[in-house]
Design a protein around this ligand. Structure first.
Ligand SMILES: C[S@@+](CC[C@H](N)C(=O)[O-])C[C@H]1O[C@@H](n2cnc3c(N)ncnc32)[C@H](O)[C@@H]1O
Length: 252
């Protein structure tokens, strides 16, 4: 069967139970995500009445952007992801829930992905997406993100992390005593459902992560270092749980 376009997927999603798709995705994303996203929304230094402009990069179905939208009801939000199924689902949920903004299918590692976006966002947010890039790509991306922010605008992200080498073994031992965040069967369940819905292998279930991607190889301070290199200030580690780190930085 031919691969569907974003418009065709959007059409196919019409009349679908969108909550069903979000529930499948949230099972895959693990139980800690929600409170981390609430934290990211809570720390944005603006009053909730402000018409903030938000950009959610690697948005998937748009959880991170909408977490901000819950705190800032008049926010206008743009969402970018390279995956047309996610972008269509994100746009459908945003429309249903009354969030204003655009959802664009773009590959953030390609040049000019941001060409017609605003350069005055109050917030750029990313959740569980940056670790799909190589270090070179993410270094470049962070310089693009700072360009897209207004002065005093902030960048917030949540990504996998690991401790510095001397602490890794003990940390891993402790981590195994804690509730896990991700189960492979939930990933399989989500993507096999998407494949069945679309009628072709949108996501091959034996797909391997791309060579050279960051994955969980960066410590919390490595993520901080990437923000420093890009020119951010007031950088802080807001949360570090069993698997992820939430980091924030401000454009000077
Ligand atoms: C684990 S999902 C997280 C999605 C979303 N942020 C969330 O919290 O549910 C990672 C996302 O990054 C997107 N992604 C990975 N590499 C990308 C790239 N080069 N350009 C745009 N999106 C990308 C994937 O399509 C996927 O939607």
């Amino acid at each position: 069967m031919a691969v569907l376009t974003q418009t065709e997927i959007a059409e196919k999603l019409r009349g679908e139970d969108l909550n069903h798709w979000l529930e499948l995705w949230h099972a895959e994303q693990g139980p800690a995500k929600r409170s981390s996203l609430e934290l990211m929304a809570a720390v944005v230094p603006a009053s909730k009445e402000k018409d903030v402009r938000v950009l959610d990069i690697c948005c998937g179905p748009g959880d991170a952007g909408r977490a901000l939208g819950s705190r800032f009801p008049t926010a206008s939000m743009d969402f970018v992801d390279r995956d047309p199924f996610f972008a269509s689902l994100c746009a459908a949920v945003n429309q249903r829930d009354g969030f204003a903004g655009r959802t664009l299918v773009r590959d953030l590692s390609s040049p000019n992905w941001s060409q017609d976006l605003a350069s005055s966002y109050d917030v750029v947010v990313a959740a569980n997406g940056l670790h799909w890039f190589t270090i070179q790509e993410v270094t470049e991306l962070f310089t693009e993100v700072i360009e897209l922010l207004r002065s005093r605008g902030c960048f917030l992200f949540m990504e996998p992390t690991r401790p510095e080498f001397p602490f890794q073994s003990g940390f891993a031992t402790w981590q195994h005593t804690q509730p896990g965040q991700h189960r492979h069967e939930d990933w399989i369940h989500f993507w096999s459902s998407v494949n069945a819905f679309l009628g072709y292998d949108h996501m091959p279930l034996d797909a391997r992560p791309p060579e050279g991607r960051i994955g969980d190889t960066l410590s919390a301070l490595d993520w901080v270092g990437l923000l420093k290199t890009a020119g951010f200030e007031a950088i802080d580690i807001l949360l570090r749980d069993t698997e992820k780190v939430v980091v924030a930085g401000l454009k000077p």
